[in-house]
Design a protein around this ligand. Sequence first.
Ligand SMILES: Cc1cc2nc3c(=O)[nH]c(=O)nc-3n(C[C@H](O)[C@H](O)[C@H](O)COP(=O)(O)O)c2cc1C
Ligand code: SF4
Length: 433
Amino acid sequence: MAKHQKFNINSLSDLRHLAEKLKLDIPISESLDILFEVINIAGRVVPNRMVVQPMEGFDSLANGAPGDLTFRRYARYARGGSGMIWFEATSVMQAGRSNPAQLMLTSETLDEFKRLVDTSRKMAVDSFGSSHNPFLVLQLTHSGRFSKPDGILTGKFFSDNPYLDPSKQCSIRYTDEELETIRDHYIEAIKLAEQAGFDSVDIKVSHGYLLHELIAAFTREGSRYGGSFSKRTALLKQLVAAPSSLIRSIRLNASDMIPYPYGFGMKEDGSMNYDLTEPLAVIKGLSESVPLWNITTGIPYYNPHVNRPFDRGISGSATPPEHPLEGVARMINITGEIQQEFPDLPMVGSAYSWLRQFFPYVGAGVLRRNMASLIGVGRSAFAYPDAPRDLMINGSLNPKKVCISCSRCTEFMRRGQASGCAIRDKEIYHSKV
Ligand SMILES: Cc1cc2nc3c(=O)[nH]c(=O)nc-3n(C[C@H](O)[C@H](O)[C@H](O)COP(=O)(O)O)c2cc1C
Ligand code: SF4
């Protein structure tokens, strides 16, 4: 691994040189046409290959309905021109909220979710015409060991994990019966997502939250849902099979970069090397029913640089042990290996924002090499929601509008405040750091 360094790239040629120096194979295409190709997902045409990744804004009303800032964020995305908008982690029940202002989908909040979907579609059509109908996915979640419905940890966990909880703040284990009750809330929320008008529902299996903890529960003994691969994936299978005609999708952690047996997608020798055997088996087992996958890695609370390579971490955090471009390359390669195993199953790639104005060239290079089918951006969407529009009109991005990977939006989240871009959307999100 190379020493961490801040972004210092002024041209594609600089990017190529840096990749060469770090011995990384970063795909680059100077032609961006492929980003504007349509793609068919389970019979629905998606207008282009650019995706807004799910990004929690912590700006809901107390009952979990979208608030004014939520409507504002999704209007900005819809007007920005992305072909797919992956709505943020939305809790299926009060006890599973990661924050008192996390979105929550229930019969009480359904009408406001419907309004959010309708407004987003209308904004997209007003901006780009009726042929531009972005594909809208809702991410459903339960925050498990990270649940803070009242602003403090509930202290409940599914499977012991000394990496994620070294000081044992979580001391109460969810029982199998509790897990089955949570499953029923998911099933209800899947039905509601269909009524709200989304195109797809994502059953989130990533970033250390409950269903991810479940598939990584190697050490949970005496449970119907821990230990063997079939037990760890049993509940996920039940959720995918729940009655609803909505297209299913899954945001999957392909590797946690935490040693086995506490990390998923890792070599069993306890090293820090990833092993995609189990993630590939999860995808294979569900591929008939889940036609869209979004690949991610790492646990933001433990190794945030894996999930979102950055220049500056949150205040007080250690400098990452690798160069950010190595993190970008790891995500590209992992997604590429999975995409090549399942060439007909669309995979969304992640972790492009550190590349700033150069992400479209890498995204296009990745698509050309069939190392992903869609290119997703998270922080870049906070900072520069109309990046796709600028690409359509100007053919390039404006360096003055890009995300600078400063982690201020994550700091807002950690402090339980509404999250957005402190740098490019200052009037709303003043940086208090
Ligand atoms: C403030 C913030 C909120 C996030 N919220 C979510 C979320 O709700 N669901 C999710 O799957 N990932 C979430 N992520 C991760 C992003 O979707 C994305 O994977 C990550 O930022 C890396 O992509 P990027 O380099 O384009 O930012 C969040 C990241 C940040 C910084
Ligand atoms: S605050 Fe803005 S510039 Fe900083 S990481 Fe978040 S989105 Fe990027």
